[in-house]
Design a protein around this ligand. Structure first.
Ligand code: SAH
Length: 295
């Protein structure tokens, strides 16, 4: 069985319209719809509908029917993948991205940095996380809000755990805000290596430790925790599975920021964390994805 997505390309306004159309048409079937920017210079966006199981021509025909009024020329394409790849599939090129006070940019765009920016410079590496994806941008904004609002300000928010660190962008963002210690982990050793390089490159190596680990399977968590802030931008299903572990490693009064969640999966994820005695504080919505703050 292979999960898959049907998608078509359009411009930014078309992506908003396509998201609305498909979302209302397929809402009852619970099929998640999301948009993402593919090429900033060309203004190119993709609207995707994510479907569990094997591809089915009848569904493709229904998608085409739903879109035919507004998008008579839409070419609906198919991509098949395993269920953990939704995010990694959407890696995009590196142009500067603003989220809250953060500016995520490549070395060639240093000129874009303004005086009061919290700049994060990344090499276009193999690991996910350049700020272009709605989930990364949502996390950056939420980290700033949560750390500034914590007792004692950003310095009082830690220690911080960035679970599924990818490029290390969120760990670096947390370190930029205040003198907190950060544990950054990823299941993928390539991501951990890229994150470590980015951490050094941004001069925050004294604050951040990068470790390869699947979920919470490492002694590093016990040594560095319990955490005042846990950030996890992974996917809804693994996040729901990990709810008890996340709760267990959280310090009393600590915050959790979750992303990689499609808007239609929000209630399921909230339910899994409510079961652990945690309550919803705030949700940010971006391009069909949500970022959630819980306490
Ligand atoms: N934090 C970055 C990257 C998010 S992509 C950002 O916000 O942009 C999700 C990352 O989680 C990937 O790098 C993937 O390798 C990692 N990941 C997926 N499942 C994981 C698990 N069970 N434990 C740890 N990391 C995981």
């Amino acid at each position: 069985m292979s999960d898959h997505r049907y998608y078509f390309r359009t411009d930014e306004a078309g992506a908003k319209r396509g998201l609305d159309l498909l979302d209302s048409f397929f809402e009852d079937e619970g099929l998640p719809v999301a948009t993402m920017e593919i090429d900033e210079e060309k203004g190119l966006w993709e609207v995707s509908i994510y479907v569990p199981g094997d591809p089915d021509d009848a569904l493709k025909t229904r998608i085409a029917d739903c879109l035919s009024g507004d998008f008579p020329k839409a070419e609906i394409e198919l991509e098949v993948f395993g269920d953990t790849d939704w995010i990694a599939k959407s890696l995009e090129g590196l142009t500067p991205v603003r989220a809250g006070r953060f500016l995520v940019h490549g070395a060639h765009d240093r000129d874009a940095v303004r005086t009061h920016d919290l700049a994060i410079e990344l090499e276009a590496g193999q690991a996910f996380g350049t700020g272009h994806h709605g989930t990364t941008a949502g996390c950056l904004e939420m980290i700033e809000m949560v750390m500034r609002a914590s007792t004692g300000g950003p310095a009082g928010a830690g220690p911080v755990l960035d679970l599924g660190t990818g490029s290390g962008v969120l760990a670096i963002a947390a370190a930029r805000l205040g003198p907190v210690r950060v544990l950054a982990t990823d299941i993928d050793p390539v991501a951990t290596r890229v994150a470590r390089e980015n951490v050094r490159h941004n001069h925050v190596a004294e604050q951040i430790r990068c470790v390869t680990a699947t979920g919470f399977h490492s002694t590093a968590f016990g040594q560095a925790g319990p955490f005042g802030l846990i950030i996890a931008n992974i996917l809804a299903r693994p996040l729901m599975r990990m709810a008890p572990d996340i709760r267990r490693h959280l310090a009393p009064g600590g915050s959790v920021i979750l992303s990689g969640i499609l808007a239609s999966q929000r209630w399921q994820v909230l339910a899994a964390y409510n079961t652990q005695g945690m309550r919803h504080v705030k949700t940010l919505w971006r391009n069909g994805w949500v970022t959630i703050h819980l306490k």
